[in-house]
Design a binder for this molecule. Structure first.
Ligand SMILES: Nc1ncnc2c1ncn2[C@@H]1O[C@H](COP(=O)(O)OP(=O)(O)OP(=O)(O)O)[C@@H](O)[C@H]1O
Ligand SMILES: [Mg+2]
Length: 310
């Protein structure tokens, strides 16, 4: 199956597919704050209780495997709206695997399987009838390396809305997304230039604009600043502060100062031994960021945040 979410990687082809073109043509977006679960489901609408509204994801006993080998094991946590949630932990503990589960991006990998449940606004993301393209329209993603399409700045931002049939006032939509991503002033005079001419930091803000343009509910970021210099990194962090009331952000970062600066809540993952001698990622501790960094409950978290982890 091909995916045409505007936030897919460059390798995954920016050309519209039939599936994406059929993804609700003429369907107008919902404001990020008034999520309509029917936009996810092809066949069934389950009523959402009012008190679940602020819980965006309920992750229950999530185990994710590549060809049978678990990368994360039995992860249970909730992610709330209007907040920045950081995921930290040593290399290989399954941070990328975890956030890619949240918009079913791992479905693209042969041999990838999951157990457990991810409820998104109360809806099981893996239920039959859930359209993965619609999932990725609601839950956008920004990757470690900026990956603009080899097209103009304008086309990078306009691509997603166009594919989704959000054609009304496309110029206005592009401008709005670029303004929200704090890039407009730098590019407004060269919208038709290639996106590849932009600096790394500008390209990453363009990728954020591209994600914003389809008015998602959640934006997942996997180490979005690791290839950027400190100034570009600061501008991405400022952006998250600025936008967090409108979007729910989940960010993977290796950089603990960054997690401390941007995140309201932080999840610490670590590696744990499996019976067969292998290792898989487990959620050790999840709490207010300040608590994780200043007074963690688990010794493993403390060792990691104080740099004693080997
Ligand atoms: N496409 C894949 N196929 C097979 N195994 C994979 C794949 N992607 C990740 N893995 C394995 O899953 C485990 C977790 O990897 P993952 O990339 O999620 O970790 P991570 O915490 O994001 O690491 P890093 O900090 O280095 O980015 C690792 O053992 C990795 O080798
Ligand atoms: Mg990773």
């Amino acid at each position: 199956m091909q995916y045409a979410n505007p936030t897919v990687t460059q390798d995954e082809a920016p050309e519209p597919t039939n599936e994406a073109a059929a993804a609700r043509p003429g369907h107008e977006p919902h404001a990020a704050t008034s999520f309509d679960p029917s936009t996810l489901h092809a066949v069934d609408d389950t009523p959402i209780a009012e008190d679940e509204r602020t819980t965006v994801f309920e992750i229950r006993g999530l185990t994710a495997r590549y060809s049978g080998a678990p990368a994360i094991r039995d992860v249970t946590m909730d992610i709330h709206s209007g907040r920045v949630t950081a995921v930290i932990g040593p290399s290989g503990c399954g941070k990328s695997t975890f956030i890619r589960c949240l918009n079913r991006m791992n479905d693209l990998i042969p041999g990838f399987t999951t157990e457990g449940k991810i409820l998104y606004h109360g809806q099981d993301l893996h239920a039959s009838g859930v359209d993965p393209v619609a999932v990725r329209r609601r839950i956008g993603m920004v990757f470690q390396r900026p990956n603009p399409f080899p097209k103009s700045i304008y086309e990078n931002v306009a691509f997603g809305p166009r594919v989704l049939g959000m054609r009304r006032d496309l110029d206005g939509r592009v401008e709005h997304a670029l303004r929200r991503a704090a890039l407009w002033d730098e590019v407004k005079k060269r919208l038709r230039s290639s996106a590849l001419e932009l600096s790394g930091g500008q390209q990453q803000r363009l990728c954020i604009a591209r994600a914003i343009a389809v008015e998602p509910d959640v934006i997942l970021l996997d180490e979005p600043a690791s290839a950027l210099d400190p100034i570009a990194t600061a501008s991405i962090e400022d952006l998250m502060h600025e936008l967090k009331r409108e979007y729910t952000f989940v960010i993977v970062t290796h950089n603990m100062q960054q997690a401390a600066r941007v995140a309201d809540r932080t999840a610490f993952f670590s590696l744990s031994g499996e019976e067969d001698g292998g290792r898989s990622g487990v959620l050790v501790e999840y709490d207010a960021t300040e608590k994780i960094f200043t007074n963690p409950s688990d010794k493993r978290t403390e060792d990691y945040v104080t740099g004693r982890f080997g």
